[in-house]
Write a protein that binds this ligand. Structure first.
Ligand code: KIV
Length: 273
């Protein structure tokens, strides 16, 4: 892992053509491996509700959940840029609540920045958090925290009007002071349209190739699940590999093939030869 990427270096992606990879991560062991890899950025995402806790969506995730997992990730990845995801209900009650929770991510697990969902509707919270000294990544398009309003996890921005609404959201987040913007689940042409019309770098997830950065959910890209969304490339097939390992282990036990002397402490104990 190279030296930690910085906020000014992320801002510079807008013009210098460098591409950056972003991955979700929720635990110490995985974080140690991301830290050794070339991936520049980690998101302790509220997707941990699904990947770690078995929820149907992200809504039940709390600030304390993100901090709990964030602490483990920070211990595993001390020099990786980490963004903490503000969960549902943690930034819309009041400006004070938004600043308080964003600040907790910085002080309690050493986040480098926070991310929150929403365009125009979240601009006031973004502005206040940025003014409190916390770097903010916006998140527009398919925003899972309000996916029930969207009729589920559906591609957004499918008409010119909808694309222009997203651009309005993107500009509101830029003007509020965010240093980068996530765009999720939109046609590739739409993310490029937005990218070309704002001055902060864009990270896409399910948003095609026209973004300065790309993000994936770790569990999707490692192949833990049979089904993954269309945009998620599987770079490994760990689900089936783990299943095979578990079953081989079980078979070894049943057939008394494990542990052999190779896996035993063979110290001679006097009286027990
Ligand atoms: O919580 C999350 O994992 C996200 C993804 C869209 C990257 O926000």
């Amino acid at each position: 892992m190279a030296k930690k990427i910085t906020v000014p270096e992320i801002r510079a992606l807008k013009t210098n053509g460098r591409k950056v990879a972003f991955i979700t991560c929720y635990d110490y062991t995985s974080a140690t491996i991301v830290e050794k890899s070339d991936i520049e950025m980690i998101l302790v995402g509220d997707s941990l509700g699904m990947t770690m806790l078995g929820y149907d969506g992200t809504v039940g995730v709390t600030v304390d959940d993100i901090i709990h997992h964030g602490k483990a990730v920070r211990r595993g990845a001390p020099t990786t840029f980490i963004i903490g995801d503000m969960p549902f209900g943690s930034y819309n009650e009041s400006i004070q609540q938004a600043i308080h929770n964003a600040t907790r991510f910085m002080t309690e697990f050493g986040a480098d920045a926070i991310k929150l969902e929403g365009g125009v509707r979240s601009a006031a919270a973004v502005k206040a958090i940025v003014e409190a000294g916390v770097p903010v990544c916006g998140h527009i398009g398919l925003t899972p925290q309000i996916s029930s309003n969207m009729g589920g996890f559906k591609v957004q921005g499918k008409s010119m009007d909808a694309a222009n609404m997203l651009l309005r959201d993107a500009k509101a987040i830029e003007e509020a002071g965010a240093f980068m913007l996530m765009i999720e689940g939109v046609p590739a042409t739409v993310s490029k349209y937005i990218r070309d019309n704002i001055n902060i770098p864009v990270v896409g997830i399910g948003a095609g190739p026209g973004c300065e950065m790309q993000a994936l959910i770790m569990h999707d890209m490692l192949g833990f699940y049979d089904w993954v969304p269309k945009f998620a490339k599987k770079y490994a097939n760990l689900g089936p590999e783990m299943l095979e390992a578990f079953n081989e282990y079980h078979k070894d036990i049943v057939e008394e093939k494990f542990p052999t002397t190779e896996y035993s402490y063979n110290t001679k104990v006097e009286g027990l030869e």
